[in-house]
Ligand binder design. Sequence first.
Ligand SMILES: Cc1ncc(COP(=O)(O)O)c(C=O)c1O
Length: 390
Amino acid sequence: MPKSRLSVAPAVIKPTPEFRLAEPIQAISPYQAVSSLDEIQARPGLPAYKLDWNESTVPPSPKVAEAIRAFLDQAQHLNWYPVLNSANLAARLEAFYGVGRDRVLVTNGSDDALSTICTTYLNPEDPVLVISPTYQHFLVFAQSRGAQIIHHYAPDPFDKDIPGVLDALARAQPRLCYLVNPNNPTGVHYTPSEVARLLAAAPSTLFIVDEAYSEFAGITAIGLVEAYRNIIVTRTFSKAYGLAGLRVGYALARAEIIEDLKRVFNPKSVNVLAQLGAIAALDDQVHLRWFLDEVERSKRHIAAWCEVEGVPCQLTPANYVMLRFEQAPWVVRRLREEGIYVRDRSQMEQLQGYVRFSVGTLEQTKAVLLRLSAILRDFAALNHTGAARQ
Ligand SMILES: Cc1ncc(COP(=O)(O)O)c(C=O)c1O
C-alpha cells in the first residue's frame, strides 16, 4: 500500500521573529486539521467511505448543480461580486422559519458566523463558557480574541447536565456560552424548553446555540429567538443539505444582534454559486427528507449490529454515532486501509476509546459494518497472539 501522506507529521514552522504574533494568538498552536480527502483523491480506484467530518455521504439535491449550471450557462457574471449579505437567501430563510425580517445573517459556513460573533462581542479576558467536550474549532475563534475559556464537563459526557450548567453560569458569569445542540461528538441534546431555562437564568450571557446538526434531530431553538434577547442560533448547509464544499451557514437572532454582527461581517463573503446552491438545496425538502430518513434507518441498523457484536455504542440524534473499541487506533488504521475514514476521538477528555462514524445511507452503512465485522474478527484473532496491541 502507498505510504499515506496523512501519516507524515506536519513540518514545524516557527513563527517569524520580525512580525510578532498578536498576543492572544501566541497561545494558539496551528490547527492540525486531518482530512482524508488527500488520501481519497490519491487512490481514485478504491471505493471510499468518508465518515470523518460529519459531512453528508451523498451529493446534494440535483437541483443544486442545475441551478449552478444554469447560472454559468446564462449569466456568467462571475466578474461581479455576489448579492451583498446574500439578501435573497437570507429572505428565503426568514420565510422558511417564519421569523421576521433582518433575523438572518448568511455566512461563509457556520464557522464564519462563530468567528464573527467572537469578533463582535469578545474582549480580552472575557470568560466564555463552553459545554464540553465539543466542537473544537470554536475555541480558536474565542481564544484569538484573548477570551478566557471555561469548560464545563458533565459527570457523564453522554448525558445532559442542567444543574451543572446552571451552576457554571452562576459562577463564571460568562460573556458568551457555547452550546452545540445536538452536541458534536457526544450527541447530547437539550430541548427548547431546557435551552429557555438556561437563557432565563443568565440574561447577561449571550448564548450561541450551534445547531449544525439540528435537521437530523428535528428540533430547534429558533422559536426562542423572538422571546429572548440573549440567543444566537447558528446553522449550516454543510451537513444535512450536503453542501460542505460550497461553504454556507447562517446565524439567526433578533434584529439588533444581526445589526451588531454586520459591523464586522464582510457582506460579500459568500460567493454567488454558494448562494444559488443553498437556495436550490433549501427548495428541495423532498431530497432532504429522503436523506434524513436514510440516516435514521442506518442508525437503527448500527444499534442492532452493535448489540450483536457487543460493541459499546452511543447513538446520537445527529448524523454520527460513537463506537467504543478496546484498541481504537488499531481499528481506525485498519478501517483506513479498507478505504473507510472515521475519527478517533480518544484524545478528547472523557472520550477515551471512542471513534466517531458519520452515518450515511443504509446501503453505505451495511457495507461499512461488513468490513468492520471482519476487522473485529481479525482483532480477536490477533489479540489472542498479542499482535494487535503493537
Ligand atoms: C458543531 C459544529 N459547528 C460548526 C461546524 C462547521 O460547519 P460549517 O461547515 O458550516 O462551517 C461543524 C463542522 O463540523 C460542527 O461540527
